[in-house]
Structure formats: C-alpha cells, structure tokens
Design a protein around this ligand. Structure first.
Ligand SMILES: CC(C)(COP(=O)(O)OP(=O)(O)OC[C@H]1O[C@@H](n2cnc3c(N)ncnc32)[C@H](O)[C@@H]1OP(=O)(O)O)[C@@H](O)C(=O)NCCC(=O)NCCS
Length: 192
C-alpha cells in the first residue's frame, strides 16, 4: 500500500531518513527549491520546511508561484507509525513554465524504496486529488532520459503530447468518477 499524507512532524524520522538517502540529490516534490537552505535530515530543517509551508498557504501563491499541495509519500496506510519514503507536489494551476516544462505534479521516491510500485501508486492518488480540485487533465513531464519516471507516468495512463526543451510532456485524463463537477481543463481556469 502507498498513501499520500500532508506533512506533519509525527513522520519526522522517515522524512529525515528519506532526505539522508537522497544525499543532496534533487528531491522532486519535496519543496527544497522553495527554501533558503537545502533540506537536511535534521529537526531544524524539517521545522524550516513546515514554516515555509505555513507561510505559503494555497491561495497565497506570491511571486508568480501557483498554489500547490505538498504531500509526503508513505509506505503503508498513513497512520502515525507509517514511514515517509518520498515526496509529491501537486500544483493547482499551470503557469507558463509549468505548461512547458514542469507539469502539475513533481515526485520522488527515496533510492532505498524504489521499484516497489510506490511512485506509480502515489501518482495515481495524486491524479485523483487533482480531480477533486477540479482539474480534468493532468500534465506530467520528465526528462527524455528518465525511463523510470516515463514508465511511472505511462503506468497511470499518460499520453505523450510532445517533447519540449528535453522534457517529455504527457497528459493524464482524470477519470470522470474522480472529477469534481465543473472541472476545468489543464491550463485554463482560475485558482481553486
Ligand atoms: C521516478 C521514480 C519516482 C520512480 O519511483 P519508483 O517508486 O521506483 O517507481 P515504481 O516502482 O512505481 O515503478 C514505475 C515504473 O518504472 C519502472 N522503473 C522504476 N525504476 C526504473 C529504472 N531505474 N529504470 C527503468 N525502469 C524503472 C518500473 O519497472 C515501473 O515500470 P512498469 O510499470 O512498466 O513495471 C524514482 O526513480 C525517483 O525518485 N527518481 C528520482 C526523481 C525523479 O526522477 N522524479 C521524477 C521527476 S519527473
């Protein structure tokens, strides 16, 4: 099983182990780009992330950023004893950069827990979350040489539109059963 949870300090041990496992490599979906200091596997760093999160609540994008939801990917049921094993960020809108290169969703799974289906399941859960926000088509992108990410997207029904600036651009249609009524298309519409 795989679950998306909203960040909470109760899952700090797994979060820290995940950050440590990346060893300074880019943690897509973790929010590290949004911070003054790179994320480190310490309580201080986790607190800094939580503070930045609280300061940029959805609906207050600021500085050209679109509202988004940060999730932590956990290995089991999302209970208090569950273990964080990755990150996922769901952008509620597409700005010019996201439409060309970034897409709606960024994600990563810690190296020690890869090839266990977690990214595929987490992506499926986030597509449903996008539908609940009123998004009916989700844009997903990956580097042309990122086979793991391409297969993760394709496993979730991604249809390749084109390649731009070294990125494969896929669209996933949110199943109607997961859509909020009055859903909007990929790049259109206002903020939720
Ligand atoms: C991409 C990533 C999230 C995949 O995570 P994961 O949990 O290992 O993915 P899954 O176990 O769900 O596997 C999904 C598919 O990718 C395939 N796959 C996973 N790792 C692979 C690899 N290194 N090479 C080739 N295929 C791979 C799996 O076999 C599976 O394919 P299938 O559905 O055809 O069987 C992970 O490799 C990662 O965090 N990479 C670094 C960050 C990143 O690139 N994020 C995406 C940015 S666009």
């Amino acid at each position: 099983m795989t679950t998306l949870v909203l960040p909470d300090l109760r899952w700090f041990p797994g979060w820290a182990a995940t950050v440590a496992d990346f060893g300074g490599k880019n943690m897509h979906g973790s929010g590290d780009w949004n911070l003054d200091q790179p994320l480190e596997p310490t309580e201080e760093s986790c607190h800094a992330f939580m503070a930045a999160l609280a300061a940029s609540a959805p609906g207050d994008p600021g500085g050209g950023k679109v509202p988004s939801t940060y999730y932590w990917i956990t290995a089991e049921d999302g209970g208090p004893d569950d273990e964080v094993i990755g990150f996922l960020n769901l952008r509620h809108d597409l700005n010019d950069f996201l439409l060309e290169e970034g897409g709606h969703i960024g994600y990563s799974v810690r190296p020690a827990r890869r090839r266990q289906g977690h990214a595929s399941r987490a992506l499926g859960l986030s597509v449903a979350a996008a539908g609940a926000l009123g998004i009916d088509r989700v844009l997903l992108t990956c580097d042309t040489d990122n086979e793991a990410s391409a297969r993760t997207i394709e496993a979730n029904g991604g249809v390749l539109e084109d390649v731009r600036k070294g990125k494969r651009r896929y669209w996933v249609t949110v199943p109607s059963s997961q859509r909020r009524s009055g859903a909007r298309g990929g790049a259109a519409g206002g903020r939720p």
